[in-house]
Design a protein around this ligand. Structure first.
Ligand code: DX5
Ligand code: ZN
Length: 221
């Protein structure tokens, strides 16, 4: 059976002054909205504090996939789960107690995700696979949209797919996903694709989401 593909547009590069309208453009064709939370500590950029993120989560017409790029993630992650996110992803490099934080995300009813920056090896974190619903392999250094896809991360995507096997753990890639790169990542074993600038800088964002899904599904195995 072919792997099920999910497309999760990132609103990082959307027009935040009219976010409801931006989300409405792609809601019907997208699986989740990817919400990049940055604190200017773990990454050199700031996006939303918890209060403004909560407003987005409450008003979002489709499930929210929160990607927390924050230093005090052990405290913040459960709040995002409690706020109603469908999934909450923490960075292995930022989290003091990975097991406890993954468990507390799940305890609030959200899917628990574990993200790795480009320099982090999946072999160092495979022991958490029973506690995660999703691995996120970053295909850029986290912090900014619009960066170049790192082809050299595909070995890590393949290694993560081997660890997951046929378990229902999502394998997400984030950074530089476009019509030029999505098939490469899908062939390596990714099934869940974040796309920011490719979607929101397209003249027809919904059509772009559809195209990305077709390309990924076409090579999924
Ligand atoms: C980067 C963020 C990404 C970003 C992706 O740190 O985690 O989600 O928005 O943007 P693109 O698709 O433009 O690389
Ligand atoms: Zn992200």
């Amino acid at each position: 059976m072919k792997r099920h593909i999910r497309i999760t547009p990132s609103i990082l590069n959307a027009d935040l002054s009219q976010l409801d309208g931006e989300i409405a453009k792609i809601a019907q064709v997208s699986d989740l909205i990817h919400l990049d939370v940055m604190d200017n500590k773990f990454v050199p950029n700031f996006t939303f504090d918890f209060e403004s993120a909560s407003t987005i989560i409450e008003n979002c017409p489709i499930p929210v996939d929160a990607h927390l790029m924050v230093a005090d993630v052990d405290e913040i992650a459960p709040q995002y789960a409690q706020a109603g996110c469908a999934s909450v992803t923490i960075h292995a490099e930022a989290t003091k107690d990975i097991s406890a934080t993954l468990k507390s995300i799940r305890a609030y009813g959200a899917q628990a995700g574990l993200a790795l920056k480009p320099n982090s090896a999946i072999s160092d974190y495979s022991q958490f696979s029973d506690l995660v619903d999703m691995f996120l392999i970053m295909t850029v250094e986290p912090g900014f949209g619009g960066q170049k896809f790192m082809n050299e991360m595909m070995d890590k995507v393949r290694a993560t797919r081997a660890i997951i096997g046929e378990r229902p753990i999502w394998l997400q890639v984030d950074g530089g996903i476009s019509v030029q790169t999505i098939e490469i990542a899908a062939k390596a074993g990714a099934d869940t694709f974040v796309a920011g600038s490719a979607v929101f800088k397209a003249s027809d964002p919904a059509a772009m989401v559809v195209s990305l899904r077709e390309l990924a599904q076409g090579v999924a195995n």
